[in-house]
Design a protein around this ligand. Structure first.
Ligand code: ADP
Ligand code: MG
Length: 681
């Protein structure tokens, strides 16, 4: 079996240069991979009718023998009809095909076929035009339909798969160990492969699907577990109760009950388990997740252990760095920042200090995972806005320590099933309370002809000393008729807002330039910040109270909610204005949800409904292989079953070293080969 994964697809009968390229487009490079290229759907030709009982003008299947030659009729240039008569033992039926010379070779007299099409009455004769057909002794009436692309049809793929199945050796080693198959009632790999492509019946198709979905989920979870820290031992920390009270006294506000509870949940993980913590903190935008991170940074620093705090953007790194520096200013904690824009010489110094343990907390971007960053005693890894990072990036950072504790923070609530598969065994804490005095952000959807009125409303707020954001979907003018951030900025700074300080920020700027603008905005030197979605993640300027989103139809629900989260972060009443002239129902329903609710959990669920879970997996960001057959919503039962199987396997054989698990290990490595390099520990 595994040898088929070494055989190039072009060695398969019926596959030449052209088809090789087409198969490659589908990610099929070897004969083995073709066997795992599942049908997109099936066409069920059942029931099989006799000709005289078949419904008229309705797709149906007839089993009948060819009783004539195929006759060729040239009607005119470019129009040739091929005619043949078939018989099912009771009645005859006429079949015609247009411009399809191949049928003459295939429809051989005295052979029996299944024909699938609509029957009409034509001059008192029953007739089918251009039906689908297959030889009846060989094929069952449930037909596989493959994704086709220009240049290869589903039927041609079917022929190739058929040839590939013939190459399966008589004995194939099954991926799933025997005892698991028995426990969960799973069919053999051979049966599954044969029946996923050419099911003999619905029941057999279900058996095949069950096995392959189970296997896919199982491999996924074993892979994730191998990537994570689970079951790795770590040294215990000493935490005295004063320590956490000391930390609270450094804060400029009282922690909310939810923050205290979540901090305690983390501490319990760290103190009570002999394994490192793996915890996901979910809290809506503005719920104060950074406080949790800071508390743990403090505890670890007091235990002489280092913390790496990774965030997705330079702006955010800077913001966290400044905030932490500020609250820890009267303590002996050393904190530094590492990001792309820091001069090389300074970077080298920081790396050196990290290596010899002089730095307690390092805040940074992806720069933290680069090869030459090392730690003396990395105890804790934090990633903020986790949905922006891939599992492999997190794994890389983790691998820089001896099984450090792991905290991930995300504002995007993830459905339970999804987090199960994306994060394996991460425990979850939820911050379900906003800091006091927060007011609901009022959200409106308006057409662009009311823009000037919004500007006037905005000016009133600016005159009271507040600030505002305006978000545009694109940086520069292009062929679309959207307003770009640059043009917008030029216009309002010289016209409507000429008496105010207007700033511009977007992703194409140099990091230094961006930092300067952000700093000016946080300090209140800029009143109105025109921007692209660079401000989407985590940015915290509590004095800004209005966010205008132009061409709001261009943004997804989760993104709109994130953007809205830039305001309403302080004590002032805040507003979010969605400007859009879009008429399509999909965009309008997103606006309706935004106007109705401020609750990120409701929004995430609506988002999942509108987009479907496929989107999460199509998303390259998390760096995981796509699910080919399993669906986390429809197949949730199998997801949970495979989960317990995965736990069972890992608990007795964490590294999949036992002979019975060898095939599993191979399959896991193959599944993750493209997504994860160097991440396995
Ligand atoms: P997010 O969960 O979106 O990351 P932040 O941690 O950035 O939220 O916090 C949002 C704002 O709320 C910040 O200005 C922060 O200082 C403030 N904040 C956090 N916790 C509290 C609290 N308990 N009381 C008052 N303000 C708080
Ligand atoms: Mg945040």
């Amino acid at each position: 079996m595994s040898s088929l994964f070494k055989k190039d697809i072009k060695e398969l009968k019926g596959v030449g240069e052209k088809r090789t390229k087409l198969f490659n487009k589908f990610g099929v490079y070897t004969i083995g991979e073709l066997l795992f290229f599942y049908p997109r759907t099936y066409e069920d030709w059942n029931p099989i009718y006799s000709i005289h009982n078949a419904p008229l003008n309705f797709p149906c299947c007839i089993k009948a023998k060819v009783i004539s030659n195929v006759k060729k009729n040239i009607i005119r240039k470019n129009c040739i009809i091929y005619k043949v008569i078939v018989h099912d033992g009771i009645s005859p039926m006429h079949i015609s095909f247009f411009n399809n010379p191949y049928v003459s070779d295939k429809l051989i007299e005295n052979h029996e076929f299944l024909f699938y099409g609509r029957i009409n009455m034509n001059h008192n004769r029953l007739e089918m035009v251009s039906p689908d057909f297959v030889q009846s002794y060989q094929y069952a009436p449930i037909r596989p339909i493959y994704s086709q692309t220009y240049g290869i049809t589903s039927k041609q793929i079917e022929m190739c798969v058929r040839n590939a199945l013939k190459l399966l050796p008589s004995k194939i080693k099954d991926t799933i160990p025997e005892h698991i198959k028995q426990k969960y009632n799973l069919c053999s790999l051979r049966f599954a492969l044969e029946n996923i492509h050419f099911p003999k019946s619905k029941e057999e198709l279900e058996l095949a699907k069950k096995r392959l979905i189970f296997e896919e989920f199982l491999l996924f979870q074993l892979g994730i577990q191998k990537l994570s820290n689970i079951n790795k031992s770590c040294s215990p920390l000493k935490i005295n109760n004063n320590c956490i009270d000391e930390f609270y006294s450094l804060l400029p506000f009282f922690p909310t009950n939810a923050q205290k509870r979540v901090i305690n949940e983390c501490i319990n993980d760290i103190l009570e388990s002999k394994y490192p913590m793996s915890r996901l903190i979910q809290g809506d935008v503005g719920s104060g997740k950074t406080v949790i991170a800071a508390a743990l940074c403090y505890l670890f620093a007091k235990n002489n252990l280092q913390t790496a705090f990774m965030v997705p953007t330079e702006i955010l790194a800077n913001q966290h760095f400044m905030w932490l520096k500020n609250i820890f200013s009267n303590s002996d904690i050393n904190i530094e920042i590492l990001s792309g824009s820091i001069p090389k010489s300074q970077k080298e110094k920081i790396k050196q200090k990290l290596n010899n343990g002089e730095i307690d907390i390092i805040v940074g971007t992806h720069a933290l995972i680069s090869g030459n960053v090392g730690f003396k005693n990395l105890g804790l890894v934090i990633t903020d806005e986790q949905h922006r990072f891939g599992v492999s990036q997190r794994a890389k950072l983790i691998s820089k320590g001896e099984h450090p504790h792991v905290l991930v923070m995300s504002a995007t609530p993830i459905p339970r099933t999804l987090s199960l598969i994306l994060y394996g065994d991460l425990s979850i804490s939820i911050i379900d309370e906003l800091p006091p005095n927060r007011q609901k952000i009022d959200t409106f959807h308006i057409n662009s002809d009311k823009r000037e009125r919004v500007f006037n409303f905005m000016k009133k707020a600016l005159d009271e000393g507040r600030q505002a954001y305006i978000v545009c979907p694109i940086v520069e003018e292009n062929s679309s008729n959207m307003i770009s951030a640059e043009t917008y900025y030029d216009k309002i700074k010289n016209e409507q807002f000429k008496n105010y300080n207007v700033g511009l920020i977007h992703g194409k700027m140099k990091p230094k330039h961006k930092d300067k603008i952000m700093l000016d905005f946080s300090n209140g030197e800029i009143d109105v910040l025109v921007s692209t979605t660079v401000i989407e993640v985590g940015l915290n300027v509590p004095n800004s109270v209005i966010i205008i989103i132009e061409n709001a139809e261009r943004f997804g629900l989760a993104q709109l909610h994130q953007l809205r989260g830039r305001v309403g972060r302080g004590i002032y009443k805040s507003y979010c204005i969605l400007i859009s002239d879009a008429q399509n129902e999909e965009a309008l329903s997103r606006f309706r949800i935004m106007v109705q609710t401020n609750d990120g959990f409701i929004i995430a669920n609506e988002d999942l409904k509108l987009r479907g879970p496929g989107d999460f997996f199509g998303d390259q960001q998390h760096g995981l292989p796509a699910l080919k057959i399993g669906n986390i919503i429809d197949d949730v039962e199998l997801l949970y079953l495979s989960k317990s199987a995965a736990i069972n396997i890992i608990s007795s054989d964490p590294n999949l070293e036992l002979p019975e698990n060898r095939m599993l290990l191979k399959a896991v490595e193959m599944l993750f080969k493209n997504s994860i390099q160097n991440g396995f520990n």
